[in-house]
Design a protein around this ligand. Structure first.
Ligand code: NAD
Length: 298
């Protein structure tokens, strides 16, 4: 199948590569030259721009930072033309970015007006899951469109959930990430408390992982350097899931909570803590670096 893949960052790069390895014809594009070079080195074809990438594509997959990038890619903005008008009727758009549900619906409506199918399919599972092809997809859109997309999603993920109509995948995703953001801060606090009392973070983490405090951070993504060899914490908090991306997701969950009059006090507190961490200059580090805010500095 001919696939255009736009956005080759920490997540999109390995996802596009998995589609390429599965035998699909992938035309990829990213604004970052180094992101393109990484994929080119693996044999993936790189287009000169997004418009060139979607030429002849039956499916367009996007993995971009935030709502503004996705809207600009498909619908255009003051400075760039959108690629949606370039797609023939019957094409399929799969947006895997984490964006506002309202933005997903806006792109879906424009797509529908020209006979193009759309699903929002944000993911969970981190860069490890993207590389291994074991991501969880949370899909919003028609069940029949999901079935059309499923064979491709199965090359990038292990769990595929239909959350509901267009936008529902995004709503599920921000609920999950609000919980993840809170859990990472709680996990960091607990480890920092143990370390301040002289406990070995590896031993404490293993005790909590197998006890009632067990969670995904303790399983796979420990915020303390040296506990999980492949976690961003053990690589200077490079790669992974940026603090600023977590801040964006907690902003989305807080905006949504305001809109539906839900009470999310810990989500609000977590958003502010990641904002302080970002303002302190750590926005580009993986979000697990939040442990630096709560840990003892000596
Ligand atoms: P990233 O910053 O590593 O990659 C984003 C890429 O998009 C960059 O390479 C950037 O150059 C490119 N880009 C931006 N605008 C572009 C445009 N107009 N055209 C082409 N390329 C453009 O981010 P990421 O970690 O890969 O995350 C991507 C999305 O996935 C975000 O919405 C994020 O919230 C979500 N997400 C990330 C993770 C994670 O663990 N990193 C996990 C789940 C979901």
């Amino acid at each position: 199948m001919n696939i255009a893949f736009i956005g080759l960052g920490n997540m999109g790069g390995p996802m596009a590569l998995n589609l390429h390895k599965a035998g699909h014809t992938v035309q990829a594009f990213d604004l970052s030259t180094s992101a393109c070079e990484k994929l080119a080195a693996e044999g993936v074809a790189i287009a000169t721009d997004a418009a060139a990438a979607v030429q002849g594509a039956e499916v367009v997959i996007s993995m971009l930072p935030a709502s503004a990038h996705v809207e600009a890619l498909f619908l255009g903005n003051g400075t760039q033309a959108g690629v949606l008008p370039l797609l023939p009727a019957g094409a399929l758009v799969i947006d895997c970015s984490t964006i506002a549900a309202a933005s997903a619906r806006k792109v879906a409506d424009a797509a529908q007006a020209q006979g193009v199918q759309f699903i929002d399919a944000p993911v969970s599972g981190g860069t490890g899951g993207a590389i291994a092809g074991t991501l969880t997809f949370m899909v919003g859109g028609d069940a029949a469109v999901l079935e059309r997309a499923r064979p491709l999603l199965e090359k990038m993920g292990a769990n595929i959930f239909h959350a509901g109509a267009v936008g529902a995948g995004q709503t599920a995703k921000i609920c999950n990430n609000m919980l993840l953001g809170i859990l990472m801060i709680g996990t960091s606090e607990a480890i920092a408390l143990g370390v301040a009392n002289g406990l070995d973070p590896k031993v404490l983490s293993e005790i909590m992982r197998r006890s009632s405090g067990g969670n995904w951070a303790l399983e796979k993504y420990n915020p303390c350097p040296g506990v999980h060899e492949n976690a961003p914490a053990s690589k200077g908090y490079a790669g992974g899931f940026g603090t600023d991306l977590m801040l964006k997701d907690l902003g989305l969950s807080q905006e949504n909570a305001t809109a539906v009059k839900a009470s999310t006090p810990l989500g609000g507190l977590a958003r502010n803590l990641y904002a302080m961490h970002s303002i302190a200059g750590q926005g580009g580090l993986d979000f697990s670096s939040i442990i630096q805010m709560v840990g003892k500095k000596d």
